[in-house]
Design a protein. Sequence first.
Length: 160
Amino acid sequence: MIKKIVFIGILMSSLACGNENKEKKEVEDQEFAELSSDAIEESDNESEEETEIPNVVKTSLEKAYPNASDVEWSNEGKDFEASFENGKEELSVVFDGRGNILETEKEVEVSELPEKIKAALNGKKVSEAAIISKNGETFYEAEVAGKDLFFDAMGIPAKL
């Protein structure tokens, strides 16, 4: 009988400790979740601050693409890139700090790539394609196996 009482006491004590540990773990998990949430919020705020776009750049985008929608800005070194929709087109435009357009990129269907580019790709599977205008020249971008490949209009590999 004493063994049963001792066993029940140990069992109840163990269960009580288990509940305390469970409650303690729940509190720790809640505190961790709150800290994680705060860290994510701070990270989001930092991203917004880092991508402060000069008004002259925003105005240049509005003048060049008055129908631009869903605009997302990012830094490209000391320049600024706007990715957006313009009607049915998906575009990216890089501006310098004075609002001058340095580069435009228009997403296209892989089937729209010129034959010289398709030949240069030699049957490789292309997941995305784009036409890029930079410094008065036209280039083509093809994403193959997660890597961006660039070609000039003649199908010769290029570095951008």
